[in-house]
Design a protein around this ligand. Structure first.
Ligand SMILES: [Zn+2]
Length: 189
């Protein structure tokens, strides 16, 4: 089994958890298959995006636990080779994964002044007018507002949007975990 490590191999063979600063029990890596890293949730995808400038190594090792992002933690790490990802390689891997992981997208690729080190999450809410029954963005007003003073809205739904390089992704496929951040389940063995 081979893995992708982004970043120098820590001297004490342990990775530091980004959220707690605590040492994890092994070196944090990505699974690597068919010449591609496996990015199986949004935390892993963000972790990959964040490390674009880091040295990259294909390595082997023994899995001894699971890190905060559900990524493998390995010991007895051996570097097989170092690899060079270009910015384009990184973008392609991330965008291909986002395209697989979400059912809907809108917007065009726009790299100007974009922070490409993570996917940005925003929550939009909707509301529905009780008179014309039209569902609109929570900060908008429907057209019947101008005609009646008694309009009312009922609470709509939350729409989670995940934005990367100008493209807005919505509707994650079943099984793709979009919860970001610290999950308090480091070093599951
Ligand atoms: Zn209305």
């Amino acid at each position: 089994m081979v893995f992708l490590r982004l970043g120098k191999i820590p001297g004490n063979k342990q990775s530091t958890n980004f959220f707690t600063n605590e040492k994890e029990i092994g070196v944090s890596v990505f699974e690597f298959k068919n010449n591609l890293p496996i990015l199986s949730n949004l935390n892993q995808l963000n972790s990959f995006a964040l490390r674009r400038e880091e040295p990259a190594f294909i390595c082997s090792g023994d899995v001894i636990g699971i890190g905060n992002d559900e990524e493998p933690l390995i010991k007895n790490i051996k570097i097989i080779k170092s690899i060079n990802y270009s910015k384009e390689d990184f973008l392609k891997i991330i965008l291909d994964k986002l395209n697989q992981a979400f059912l809907s997208k809108s917007g065009d690729l726009d790299l100007i002044d974009r922070d490409l080190s993570r996917v940005f999450h925003s929550v939009k809410r909707t509301k529905t007018c009780t008179i014309c029954k039209i569902e609109i963005d929570e900060f908008d007003n429907c057209d019947c507002k101008s005609k009646k003073n008694t309009y009312k809205y009922t609470k709509g739904k939350e729409i989670h949007e995940y934005i990367y390089a100008g493209i807005k992704f919505t509707n994650p496929v079943n099984g793709f975990d979009t919860l970001m951040g610290w999950k308090n389940k480091v070093a599951k063995i």
